[in-house]
Write a protein that binds this ligand. Structure first.
Ligand code: NAP
Length: 330
């Protein structure tokens, strides 16, 4: 296992001396911009599409907002923190035609490079500076003097200094306070997609929905079913994050542990393994990425799925609980 690097090992000058355009002001874009400014990066501009709803937020935070074409002409480095599925359009229409020669491209997910949605010119440093976790947490941890675990990789090193830029960027957003590890674009992309599909989002949601339905079918009230199969996920996730799986088992009741051990292997049976294999194949052969980007570019991404989800009984149960307990039905 490679040892992590920390802020004390890293020179921040490569990012501090940069004219840096942060393209996108969503969860990661905003957090990165605020943290990098606090870390002494003076020349940051936020690049947004025409009519962007994020313009007022970026300006209220004290940043200058510029258009995408202008950012491509102005910046020494672009941190492309827009939605991955939009990277091909953004690159082809705005960055590639206008980019300043030698401009570096910084990504916090390997998707668009790994799947060839962006074909970088030979004069560009192409680096991955991934703070692992949701964008909001980057800022929350930074404000506590910490950060999210960072991973860096270099796809193309035109300047001979791409590694230094990646490390400086990650240190600037706080990852150097907890540890920065090397990775590759392939590893980060495959692992991130698989984890979110089969555990963090797809797997967890499938278990939550199916278990809620089964309890309600057994005559349990939706409120109680929601608490036991959805609401309490956070407490167990926090325990696993703090203590690991073995530590979580030690922290919960023996009845819960015994029951879970009876069923763990059955859930992870042959059908689940086949589902995992299918997901991994589609990630590795690029068919998942191709399908997703084509779906996005066709303009009919998940509106119907979202509307259907909002109508599910599990959603009504959650909304009712939140409005009673927290006065917030969102
Ligand atoms: N390393 C990790 O663990 C990790 C975790 C989560 C996300 N990420 C990565 O972080 C990046 C950003 O994710 P996020 O969670 O910050 O996303 P987000 O909150 O959804 O923000 C997306 C931003 O992209 C902009 N955008 C979307 N389509 C665009 C287009 N066609 N042209 C210009 N701008 C466009 C949006 O602009 P508007 O404001 O104008 O709508 C918004 O500011 C992605 O590459 C994602 O994979 C990494």
């Amino acid at each position: 296992m490679t040892d992590p690097l920390y802020t004390k090992d890293i020179d921040l000058d490569p990012i501090r001396k940069c004219r840096l355009a942060i393209l996108g002001y969503g969860n990661h874009g905003r957090s990165h911009a605020l943290c990098l400014r606090d870390s002494g990066v003076r020349d940051i501009r936020i690049a947004l599409r025409d009519g962007s709803p994020s313009r007022s937020k970026a300006e209220a935070d004290g940043f200058e907002v510029i258009g995408l074409d202008e950012a491509a002409r102005w910046a020494d480095a672009i941190a492309l923190l827009a939605a991955d599925e939009a990277h091909r359009q953004i690159w082809d229409q705005h960055i590639a035609p206008h980019r300043k020669p030698g401009q570096a491209l910084i990504l916090c997910h390997g998707f668009s490079i790994h799947y060839g949605l962006i074909e970088p010119p030979a004069d560009a440093d192409i680096i991955l500076a991934a703070a692992k976790g949701p964008g909001g947490a980057v800022r929350q941890e930074f404000e506590k003097g910490k950060g999210l675990i960072g991973f860096w990789a270099v796809h193309q090193d035109a300047s001979g200094h791409a590694r230094e830029l990646a490390l400086a960027y990650l240190a600037g957003i706080g990852s150097g306070e907890v540890g920065i590890f090397p990775t590759t674009f392939r590893e980060e992309t495959v692992s991130d997609l698989f984890g979110e599909q089969v555990v963090l989002v797809g797997g967890m949601v499938a278990l939550a929905k199916a278990s809620f339905d089964r309890l309600v079918a057994a005559g349990v009230s939706p409120r109680m079913a929601y608490i036991d199969c959805v609401h309490e996920i956070k407490y167990l996730a926090d325990l696993i994050q703090a203590r690991g799986i073995a530590g979580m088992y030690e922290a919960i009741s023996d009845t819960a542990e015994y029951g879970a051990r009876q069923i763990e292997d059955a859930i992870a049976g042959p059908e689940l393994r086949r589902t995992f294999d299918r997901a991994m194949t589609a990630i590795e052969d690029g068919s998942f990425a191709r399908r997703w980007v084509e779906t996005y570019e066709a303009g009919n991404a998940m509106t119907a799925d979202r509307a259907r989800d909002r109508e599910l009984p599990v959603e009504a149960a959650g909304a009712e609980l939140r409005s009673r307990i927290y006065g917030d039905a969102k």
